[in-house]
Design a protein around this ligand. Structure first.
Ligand SMILES: O=C(O)C(=O)C[C@]1(C(=O)O)C=C[C@@H](O)C=C1
Length: 356
C-alpha cells in the first residue's frame, strides 16, 4: 500500500506547493488593491465583488468537489486576503454559538473580529455607532415568519442592508449528560421552541418549556444545570460540552433562516441582486393596489411582502417589500420613483447580492 501511496502523495505535495505560491501571489495583489483603496478611502469589503467571485468559481468548478465546497474554500481565501487590507469587525446576535454567528462567518469568512451582542438592538447600535463595521441580524425563518424586532429597527436605522445570508437551521435536544434523566425543563429561544413544538408534544408532552434570550444562552444554562435541556445547534452543544439526546428535531426538515448584513455601505450591482423597501400607504380604498402597480408596470418582480402594525394606535401598517434587481437598474429606479409618489412613507433599506 505504501508504494502506491507514496507517488500520489508526492503529486499532492507538488500541487500544494503550487497552490501556496498562487495564494501568496493573490494575497500580494489584494494588498495592492488595499493600497489603491486607501488612496481614495474606498471601502475594503465589496460584497458585490465577493458574490461575483463566488458565483464564478461555482460556474467554472470542474468537480469532483461540490460547488458549495469550492465556494467555502474561496470564501476563506477572500476573507484572509481582505484581512490584509483591513480586518473588519462584525457585530452579531450572540452569545457565541448562535445561528447568527454561523451566518456572520458564512458571509465574511473567519478572518474577522466577531463582536457578539446580547440583543438585536445592540447589533444595530454597535453598527450605527461604528463600533462594528457591519452587523448581522436574523430577518425571517421559513417556519416561523418574520423576526419582528429586526423589522421594527430597520424602520429608523441609519444603516443599510448590504447583503443577505440564508442558512439551514437544524435543532438538537441536548443536556449535560446526553440523556433526559432528571430533566424538568427544556430551554430555547421562543422561535426554536415553536419550530420544534410538534416533536416536543409527541416526545416530551409534559415537560416545562422555557423561552430564553437565545439558544446559545439555553446551551450555557444546560451546561451548568443537569435538570435543564437546551434546544440549540450542535455547534453550540459542542462549544458548551453538551451531549446530544436527539438531533434534527425541528418540525420542518427544510427549516431555514434568512439574515441581513447591515452597515454604512451602498453595495454596487453584482448582476443578481435584490432590493428591500419599507412602505406605508394613505388609509383609503385601493391604496395598496395602487401603491404596488408601478412594480408590475415596469416589469419588476416582488419576492416578499410582509406587513407590520405601525403601532400608532390606528389600523395602519408598514409594508416590507423585497423586489428583484438593484436600485441602479433603470427599470427598478423608474418603478421606485413612481412608487415613492404614491407612498405615505418610503424607505429603501438597501440593494444587495442575492444569497448564494
Ligand atoms: O477586489 C477587491 O476589491 C478586493 O479587495 C479583493 C477581494 C478579494 O480577495 O478577492 C477582497 C476583499 C473584497 O471584499 C473583495 C475582493
Amino acid at each position: 500500500m505504501t508504494d502506491k501511496l507514496t507517488p500520489l502523495r508526492e503529486q499532492i505535495d507538488a500541487i500544494d506547493a503550487q497552490i501556496l505560491t498562487l495564494l501568496s501571489q493573490r494575497a500580494r495583489l489584494a494588498q495592492e488593491v488595499g493600497h489603491v483603496k486607501a488612496e481614495t478611502s474606498a471601502p475594503v469589503f465589496r460584497p458585490e465583488r465577493e458574490a461575483q467571485v463566488l458565483r464564478g468559481v461555482a460556474d467554472r468548478n470542474p468537480g469532483p468537489l461540490k460547488a458549495a465546497e469550492v465556494q467555502t474554500i474561496f470564501r476563506e481565501i477572500m476573507s484572509a486576503c481582505r484581512s490584509l487590507e483591513k480586518r473588519v469587525t462584525v457585530a452579531y446576535l450572540g452569545p457565541s454559538g448562535t445561528f447568527t454567528e454561523q451566518a456572520a462567518f458564512q458571509q465574511f469568512g473567519s478572518a474577522i473580529e466577531g463582536l457578539p451582542c446580547i440583543s438585536i438592538d445592540e447589533v444595530f447600535r454597535a453598527t450605527e455607532a461604528g463600533t462594528a463595521d457591519f452587523g448581522v441580524v436574523p430577518v425571517e425563518n421559513s417556519s416561523e415568519g418574520a423576526v419582528n424586532r429586526t423589522l421594527d429597527l430597520m424602520l429608523g436605522t441609519t444603516t443599510t442592508i448590504s447583503g443577505e445570508i440564508s442558512i439551514p437551521v437544524h435543532h438538537s435536544l441536548m443536556t449535560k449528560t446526553g440523556n433526559m434523566d432528571g430533566v424538568t425543563v427544556v430551554c430555547a429561544h421562543s422561535q426554536a421552541l415553536a419550530q420544534c413544538q410538534v416533536w416536543l408534544n409527541q416526545n416530551y408532552p409534559g415537560i416545562e418549556r422555557r423561552a430564553v434570550v437565545s439558544n446559545a444562552e439555553a446551551a450555557v444554562m444546560a451546561s451548568k444545570d443537569a435538570t435543564m435541556a437546551a434546544i440549540a445547534s450542535e455547534m453550540a452543544g459542542e462549544q458548551y460540552r453538551l451531549g446530544v439526546v436527539k438531533g434534527h428535531i425541528q418540525d420542518d426538515p427544510h427549516n431555514r433562516t434568512r439574515f441581513a448584513v447591515i452597515g454604512h455601505l451602498q453595495t454596487n450591482p453584482s448582476g443578481s441582486d435584490q432590493t428591500s423597501l419599507v412602505l406605508a400607504v394613505p388609509n383609503k380604498a385601493g391604496a395598496v393596489y395602487n401603491l404596488l402597480a408601478p412594480l408590475a408596470v415596469n416589469g419588476v418582480s416582488m419576492t416578499r411582502f410582509e406587513s407590520r402594525p405601525a403601532r400608532i394606535g390606528t389600523w395602519e401598517y408598514y409594508f416590507y417589500v423585497d423586489i428583484e434587481g438593484h436600485v441602479q437598474d433603470p427599470a427598478v429606479a423608474k418603478a421606485l420613483d413612481e412608487l415613492r409618489d404614491n407612498a405615505a412613507f418610503f424607505k429603501v433599506l438597501g440593494s444587495y447580492p442575492l444569497s448564494l
